[in-house]
Design a binder for this molecule. Structure first.
Ligand SMILES: [Zn+2]
Length: 139
């Protein structure tokens, strides 16, 4: 009697999930496909792999952007930061200054020529101070 009851419960639950057809959209190629489970996100293994590679690349790029200021901090900057005790300034290279101001390289050089943006030289490197870039807007 107990065994029968368990079998009935088992039968009541299993068929529903196995015959399900779920229409989904591949999150990589955006094509519609029939998924076997609700967890399927891709129409094919190929899309899954391609999206994985893409995300890995994006993560790598993000990581590069985040670690760049560290790599850029050379001996002189480190010394200046150590003597001042607190890191007040953030130093940027040309690329970072452009990104900070959301302008092109050409526009940046134009602003330097006009004396609006101050450029510092550290050996062969051009350096921009965050506070000075921010001060452009204080008028
Ligand atoms: Zn796909």
């Amino acid at each position: 009697m107990v065994v029968n009851l368990l079998n009935n419960i088992g039968q009541a639950y299993t068929p529903m999930s196995s015959n399900m057809e779920i229409k989904k959209r591949c999150i990589y190629c955006h094509n519609e496909f029939i998924a076997k489970t609700t967890f399927t996100k891709y129409c094919s293994h190929r899309c899954n792999q391609k999206h994985y590679k893409l995300r890995k690349k994006e993560a790598q790029l993000q990581n590069e952007i985040e670690t760049k200021p560290k790599e850029f901090a050379n001996e002189e900057i480190r010394k200046a930061q150590m003597t001042s005790g607190v890191i007040k300034e953030e130093f940027m290279n040309v690329k970072e200054a452009c990104r900070f101001l959301r302008i092109s390289k050409g526009t940046l050089y134009n602003l330097i020529k006009k004396g609006i943006v101050k450029k510092h030289k550290l050996n062969a490197r051009s350096i921009f101070k965050r506070s000075e870039l921010e001060a452009i807007f204080n008028d």
